[in-house]
Design a protein around this ligand. Structure first.
Ligand code: SAM
Length: 284
């Protein structure tokens, strides 16, 4: 049963009288090179537990089952479960969970597969794009239980996560994610590698949660307010951002910036994660 080619995917769906469900982000991968590349980027061994979010017709699941010790495959669409059960039947190292990844209790239902509570899982997914942000924030929230996450996401979001300071794609999400995880580009993927083709191009990224944030933030609220303010007024100087948002009076703001060697006339959008953290720490 070929679940990773255009004709195979069409046939599997037609046999059950199904069509891809757009609202659930069902764009199935039909390119074996990309599937292999995603699975390889997870760098899993037979000692690893891999969580796949959105198993679809099981194509990526099979590649992962070849490489990992245990695969936990989650799929929300109940209509796909009978297909998955057939496609994955011969494998003994796949646990299929019928459910919504955002509604599961990760501690019990996912990390529970780890034999040693000190072990960490690997995540690998061709994500349904409508849950990209909540999934990324879940990964950061559980960063100490996750080794790495290889995710197919919208290319535009990948570019935002990877943008350097000063770049037009650099923003709030770049700072918040990079503080907690290392982000790498694995591959740019054309929309032609999916059935049906999505309206946007895609990219595979790898997120590796940091064992501790790249720099310590003393007061999360001040940091969050500072970063939000800087990106809401991208064209303002950092000095004006601090003063206009009442984060400091002019004298204090000058003192903090000069002490850190940050030019007060720089725009907030040119500051690095470390700059933001250091300014926030001095303000609090
Ligand atoms: N892994 C398959 C592949 O690569 O061809 C399918 C990927 S498709 C982009 C996304 C899959 O995620 C769909 O099968 C969809 O039904 C499923 N899905 C959507 N929302 C979900 C959720 N909240 N929890 C779990 N699975 C979800």
């Amino acid at each position: 049963m070929d679940n990773a080619t255009l004709s195979g995917v069409r046939r599997l769906l037609a046999e059950k009288g199904l069509r891809p469900h757009k609202g659930l982000g069902q764009n199935f991968l039909i390119d074996k090179n990309i599937l292999q590349k995603i699975a390889n980027a997870a760098e899993c061994t037979k000692n690893d537990v891999v969580l796949e979010i959105g198993a679809g017709l099981g194509s990526l699941t099979l590649y992962l089952a070849d490489l990992a010790g245990q695969v936990v495959a989650v799929e929300i669409d109940k209509k796909l479960i009978p297909i998955l059960q057939e496609v994955l039947a011969a494998r003994t190292n796949i646990a299929l969970i019928s459910g919504d990844i955002l509604a599961l209790d990760w501690e019990q239902e996912i990390f529970g597969f780890l034999k040693d509570p000190r072990d960490r899982i690997i995540i690998c997914a061709n994500l349904p794009y409508y849950i990209t942000s909540p999934v990324i924030f879940k990964i950061l929230e559980h960063g100490n239980r996750i080794k790495r996450a290889v995710l197919m996401i919208q290319r535009e979001v990948a570019e935002r996560l990877l943008a350097p300071p000063g770049n037009r794609n650099y923003g709030l999400i770049t700072v918040n994610v990079n503080r907690m995880a290392e982000v790498e580009m694995i591959a740019r993927v054309s929309r032609n590698c999916f059935y049906p083709s999505p309206e946007v191009d895609s990219a595979v990224i790898r997120l590796s949660p940091r064992s501790r944030p790249s720099i310590l933030v003393e007061n999360e609220e001040v940091f969050a307010e500072l970063v939000r303010a800087a990106f809401q007024a991208r064209r303002k100087t950092i000095l004006n951002v601090l003063v206009s948002r009442n984060l400091a009076d002019r004298d204090k703001a000058m003192e903090v910036l000069l002490a850190l060697g940050v030019d007060p006339n720089r725009r907030g959008e040119t500051l690095s994660v470390e700059d933001f953290a250091q300014i926030a720490n001095r303000l609090s």
